[in-house]
Each structure stands twice: as C-alpha cells, then as structure tokens.
Design a protein. Structure first.
Length: 70
C-alpha cells in the first residue's frame, strides 16, 4: 500500500500491480507475463491488477503523498 502511494505521487499508479496467487508460495508466472504484456504490448488485461486482496486492511504507515487522491 505504501508503494501504491509512491506510484500515485509519481503519476503512474497503473504501473504498479498486485496479484495474489491462490496456489500458495509458488510465483504466479502467468500473472507476471500478463502484466508485462499489458504494459509493453498494450494487451488488454484479463484480471484487475489494481484490486487489493484485502481492501479493508489498514495501512501500516500514517503518511500520504501530496497531491490529489484518486
């Protein structure tokens, strides 16, 4: 969530994505390849890389980047 604030401040919040792997500790290579294809090739995403897995979680930091919130 802190990294999201930084990317928002930089004006590129869409360049940061999150994906939870339901399979546990193994990396989700399909999600990684899709995220790269979306940003490098302009492919339409099939998943929401901006959706937080725990939307009700409170941030572990108390600051926010200056500027407008989206």
């Amino acid at each position: 969530m802190a990294a999201r604030e930084v990317y928002r401040f930089l004006g590129v919040p869409e360049r940061l994505g999150i994906s939870m792997n339901p399979g546990g500790a193994r990396p989700d290579l399909d999600a990684l390849l899709e995220f790269v294809a979306v940003h490098w090739s302009g492919r339409k995403p099939t998943r929401d890389f901006q959706k937080l897995p725990y939307p009700d979680a409170k941030p572990s930091f108390s600051w926010s980047a200056p500027g407008k919130k989206k």
